[in-house]
Design a protein around this ligand. Structure first.
Ligand SMILES: Nc1ncnc2c1ncn2[C@@H]1O[C@H](COP(=O)(O)OP(=O)(O)OP(=O)(O)O)[C@@H](O)[C@H]1O
Length: 623
């Protein structure tokens, strides 16, 4: 193997691995399907080119381009990364709140095609379809030649930069912030309802991935000294996606392996297919695309986790101090709940000092509920879906420390009302006040940060996160749960993380799920998943908790335990609104109970009062 061949192979592997690390960070870790990924690499390539090229009048002006600043190394590579990151900013509107998922992915793909057409057809910008050539290599004038020593130094530089990129993405992914990204990937609406700012998370990942792609483009053009639209057709993004999917989305080693196997390996293998004059000239390259497409389909079908699946984050349980029984119970049964471990301190004691100070127990919550402060108030709240009036002007108030039930026949509008209160669904009209603050127009994540948190009627656990990670993902204020905090490293956030793990472990023990702490939440039974959702909501340290059928699928004994626990938390100041079809639960734990029918509030009172009202009995309580 000639050294030129080996250098070529290593540089392409480094550039592709770097690009795949950037794409994996966006797609595999954060779930952002950036089908326009190649334009960020292209932008980096052009940026490095026009920063390192002399003015276009040099070389007889045979090519036209903007820039031509003749900047010294490493400025063109730094510029490539900066431009790759900056051009991501205008795309954030595509992945923002209004345009998500598939639509954003298609929008990015279309943008990539349009930009390629623009650069191809508008020559003054970047020399059109002929592309730029004679792009200077870094330090070449200083070093003086294309010697093999120079080539090896270039190769080593590319590999070192790829390794640095790997360390960078690893630091982000393995932090609490990385956990938030993976939570968003698994279920973005739920992540938002737990206080995650999806727009900020997606923007950060677009910019980060864009900068990495830009740097890879800069290195590439410096090596091949030419860059044209043919090198960055939209289909190149498909190759990178294939690499990440085949290598193992979510696993950075998988992304590197995929880069070696797909763009590099494929190119190598197909080089040995003998050319034949009897075959059409573009048959082999076209067949390459078909094979790459087939490989994606086969992997998504047979092994969607890729060759190297995402690593499971096992968190060892901290040593727990034994403590008292469940609230409201004389003593904890010897075996506890199925799978229960040692008992721990009461949940209510685990909330933060700030919340404790603000809690009604601290404020003297001994008086009758009717005298307590209103913490959540809905006024004439309505929601229409096309012609369907799901909720038609509902007004009610929740007082601090109450466990209010919400019942009604199927289709009465209960879930829609809860979604509007939590901000996961905008109101058509009406007003919502939370602790005196008008939250009607606030997005779900801002309401969650105010302590207004919901659970969902349908399974909403983060499937590819462990149970422990599900709980930790909801903790507010972890120092490592920000981009900067993640980059600061584990030493910066380890203390917060340890405290959060201890809280989560206490909750798991209390709900009898500590044996499953390191199981993937998606592998639990339906009832266990419900528990995970309740515990996760409690980890947000809510002030007002909106529970949508939390007992559905839960064993009746456990349902009663949950009811007891919620009642204890309410006694300590938490306010709960709970949708539930099981009337025995309403009888035992909820006061007052609101009855909805056909989108409106039909009645409100204790279950005993409601049972005496004919219209309620006819609408819902019969049977
Ligand atoms: N996204 C939507 N698009 C169209 N109609 C909807 C949508 N969501 C809810 N609806 C309609 O709004 C009405 C109220 O639904 P909602 O789910 O809020 O009722 P519910 O009381 O929670 O019912 P259940 O007890 O069965 O969960 C129903 O007629 C439902 O079909």
């Amino acid at each position: 193997m000639s050294s030129y061949y080996l250098i070529n192979l290593l540089i392409y592997a480094a550039v592709d691995a770097m690009a795949c690390l950037g794409l994996n960070q966006q797609f595999g870790v954060a779930g952002v399907s950036n089908f326009g990924f190649i334009i960020f690499q292209a932008a980096g390539g052009y940026a490095a080119a026009i920063m390192s090229l002399p003015d276009q009048s040099a070389n007889g002006g045979f090519q036209s381009y903007i820039g031509g600043w003749n900047l010294p190394f490493p400025l063109p590579w730094i510029g490539a990364a900066v431009v790759g990151g900056l051009i991501a900013l205008p795309f954030t509107f595509l992945v923002g709140r209004r345009l998500r998922g598939d639509f954003a992915a298609v929008g990015l793909l279309v943008t990539a095609v349009l930009l390629n057409l623009l650069v191809t057809n508008y020559r003054p910008l970047l020399n059109g379809d002929a592309g730029l050539s004679l792009i200077p290599a870094p330090l070449r004038a200083d070093v003086g030649s294309q010697s093999s020593g120079y080539q090896w130094a270039f190769t080593a530089g590319a590999i070192v930069l790829t390794a640095l990129v790997w360390l960078f993405v690893r630091r982000i992914t393995e932090s609490p912030y990385g956990r938030s990204l993976r939570a968003m990937r698994d279920n973005d609406i739920v992540a938002g309802s737990l206080g995650k700012n999806l727009l900020s998370l997606r923007t950060a990942m677009l910019v980060t991935g864009g900068a990495i792609a830009g740097l890879s483009g800069g290195i590439l053009v410096s090596y091949i000294s030419t860059w044209s639209p043919a090198a960055w057709g939209y289909a190149e993004t498909v190759v990178l996606f294939a690499a990440v999917i085949i290598g193992g989305a979510g696993n950075h080693f998988g992304a590197i392996l995929g880069a070696v196997l797909v763009p590099v390996g494929f190119g190598e293998v197909t080089r040995y297919i003998p050319a034949s004059s009897s075959l059409p000239p573009y048959l082999i390259p076209s067949l390459e695309w078909v094979v790459i497409g087939l490989l994606i389909v086969v992997f998504l079908w047979v092994r969607p986790q890729g060759i190297l699946p995402e690593r499971k984050r096992v968190i060892p349980a901290p040593a727990l101090a034994p403590a008292g029984p469940w609230p409201g119970e004389p003593a904890r049964p010897p075996g506890g709940l199925p799978g229960a471990g040692p008992a721990v301190a009461p949940l209510a004691a685990s909330t933060s000092d700030a919340r404790q100070a603000a809690s009604p127990s601290a404020a003297g919550m001994a008086g009758p509920a009717a005298d307590r402060e209103i913490v959540l108030q809905a006024t004439d709240v309505a929601r229409e879906f096309g012609g369907v009036r799901a909720v038609t002007g509902v007004s009610f108030a929740l007082r601090r420390g109450t466990l209010t039930g919400l019942i009604g026949p199927n289709g009465a509008g209960k879930s829609t009302l809860l979604a509007m209160l939590a901000g996961t669904l905008p109101v058509s009209s009406g007003r919502i006040l939370c602790q005196g603050q008008d939250v009607t127009r606030l997005p779900a994540y801002r309401r969650a940060r105010l302590g207004l948190v919901r659970t969902f009627q349908n399974a909403s656990e983060f499937k590819q996160l462990t149970v422990m990670e599900n709980l930790l993902s909801a903790v507010p204020g972890n120092r490592g749960d920000s981009f900067r905090g993640a980059l600061a490293g584990p030493r910066y956030w380890r203390g917060d993380e340890a405290a959060a793990i201890a809280r989560a472990q206490a909750l798991l023990t209390r709900f009898g799920l500590d044996g499953e702490a390191n199981s993937y939440a998606g592998n639990l039974s339906g009832g266990q998943r419900r528990l995970v959702e309740i515990m996760r909501a409690l980890m947000t340290e809510p002030r007002v908790l909106l529970l949508d059928e939390p007992m559905a699928g839960v064993h009746p004994n456990l349902a009663r335990r949950i009811g007891t626990e919620l009642a204890a938390l309410c006694a300590d100041g938490l306010t709960v609104l709970m949708v539930e079809h099981e009337l025995a639960i309403m009888d035992d734990f909820c006061d007052p109970v609101i009855v909805m029918a056909e989108g409106a509030v039909l009645a409100e009172g204790t279950m005993a009062e409601l049972r005496s009202r004919t219209e309620v009995v006819e609408a819902y309580l019969v049977g």
